[in-house]
Design a binder for this molecule. Structure first.
Ligand code: PGA
Length: 253
């Protein structure tokens, strides 16, 4: 299975000029890639400019959130249909920074289903806020996955990537990145869960990746020892050279 590296730019950079500058650097590497998909998720206002920059490359474009209706009186929201019209083929759903603003598991599920219906692939983020020694965090993640995939069919799983992102490992105030062995445990756990519901075929269709303080130094350990099928990169996706190092080493594995 090919690997996937996703850059989540969050609410950065400030101008379209800077955004285009980053992708201009990134796209130089696109044609060399053999076995790695790359997805860039900028703020939606930059989609148009970035879309034209990424034409004729193998890179894909994604958005960081959508609403679960296609159109209507929903002030400030963005629909999957709109995002698709601007070249997005992926959407990040259920990121912990959105959940922290009040997004519920039920809303995440509605967004997942609407994205799939409109032909967007979903990057579903799950992850516990803290690790306890009793293993309650496993149940927490299970609950998030089950609720997000409620009434999602097995045939849709090929269009879903589960990003395991422990909240304590994300961002500049993170305690630390996860340990590859902890990631390995979680990935097996999620695969088992998918297998119980969707069978072997389900496990073979879905990708499970890691996110949280990924950089060019630790990326390989998550892919090799952690057995992640890709990475969701925040801060280091805004630095073209760092992101390309991550993409490059992934493609060599
Ligand atoms: P980070 O963010 O790489 O800056 O920790 C990851 C994410 O939130 O997806």
């Amino acid at each position: 299975m090919s690997k996937i590296i996703i850059g989540n730019w969050k609410m950065n950079p400030l101008t379209s000029k800077e955004a285009v500058g980053i992708v201009k650097e990134l796209k130089k590497a696109s044609l060399r890639l053999k076995n790695t998909q790359v997805v860039v998720c900028p703020p939606a206002v930059f989609l148009k400019d970035i879309q034209s920059e990424l034409k004729k490359t193998k890179f894909s474009l994604g958005v960081q959130n959508i609403f679960w209706e296609n159109d209507g009186a929903y002030t400030g929201e963005l629909s999957a249909k709109m995002a698709k019209g601007f070249g997005a083929s992926y959407v990040i759903v259920g990121h912990s920074e959105r959940r922290a603003l009040g997004e519920t598991d039920e809303q995440v599920n509605l967004k997942v289903k609407n994205a799939l219906k409109n032909g967007l692939s979903v990057v579903l983020c799950v992850g516990e806020k803290e690790r306890d020694k009793h293993g309650y965090y496993l149940g927490f993640v299970k609950d998030q996955v089950e609720k997000a995939l409620n009434k999602v069919s097995g045939t849709s799983l090929k269009n879903i990537v589960i990003a395991y992102e422990p909240v304590w490992a994300i961002g500049k105030d993170a305690e630390s990145p996860a340990k590859p062995e902890d990631l390995f445990e979680m990935i097996i756990y999620i695969r088992k869960m998918i297998s119980d519901t969707y069978g072997k075929k389900g496990v073979e269709s879905i990708k499970i990746i890691y996110g949280g303080s990924v950089n060019s130094k630790n990326a390989e350990s998550f892919l090799k020892e952690g057995d992640a099928q890709g990475l969701l990169v925040g801060r280091d996706s805004l630095k073209a050279n760092k992101f390309l190092e991550i993409v490059g080493l992934t493609d060599k594995l």
